[in-house]
Design a protein. Structure first.
Length: 146
């Protein structure tokens, strides 16, 4: 089974959205693939965002609900990126080259050459702009698997 790893800073917003969109698409199309997501620095998520046990961005949650995509298609909590995750993935996608290339070089320099860097910035770019573009890119990625 093909495994795709989506990585962002906190594993709270963009990577979790990508994971759910991908898993929904491959499930509907009956493709033998699976996405999972991780964060370079999960401890950097704003603590106020995590009130009441929120492990998923409200933007991501709402966008998935609007698309009738089960929240079960993303992990139940934020997870930090490990070498084991990188070794387990067939394809590794970081959500923003501007933000994540330096993090990858700092934390996992031996893996930078395996990471594909997309260009979907974090806030303050409005989620209404970012999430549909991420969705398009993920669907295009799934289309390449067919």
């Amino acid at each position: 089974m093909l495994k795709v790893l989506f990585v962002c800073t906190g594993n709270f917003y963009r990577s979790r959205f990508s994971e759910a969109i991908f898993n929904n698409q491959v499930q509907v199309r009956e493709i033998q693939a699976l996405a999972f997501s991780r964060g370079f620095y999960t401890h950097r998520v704003n603590p106020r965002s995590l009130l009441n046990g929120n492990e998923l961005s409200t933007f991501t949650r709402q966008a998935l609900i609007e698309r009738n995509i089960s929240l079960d298609l993303t992990g139940s909590r934020r997870m930090p990126l490990t070498v084991e995750d990188l070794d387990d993935a067939h394809r590794i996608i970081a959500m923003s080259e501007h933000e994540h290339k330096a993090m990858a070089l700092e934390l996992f320099p031996d893996y930078v050459g395996r990471i594909e860097f997309w260009n979907f910035p974090d806030l303050p770019v409005p989620p209404e702009q970012t999430l549909p573009k991420i969705e398009e890119a993920v669907i295009e990625l799934v289309n390449t698997l067919v």
